[in-house]
Ligand binder design. Sequence first.
Ligand SMILES: [Zn+2]
Length: 61
Amino acid sequence: MSIHKPSVPDIQPHHSKSTLFCRSCEHASPIDGDWIADDSVHRERRLCPRCSAVVVDQPAT
Ligand SMILES: [Zn+2]
């Protein structure tokens, strides 16, 4: 009888807080890097330059 013990590593962003990661393609770049800013919405939105996934989407400050 096998015991299913989830081995989920406790992933913490130890490195620079200003680095963003795309959840779709794992593209990584500084927050002011090559992310595409979507100016068509009144939000702080960044799109991935590789797969166009939304990486950041929060109310504009
Ligand atoms: Zn991506």
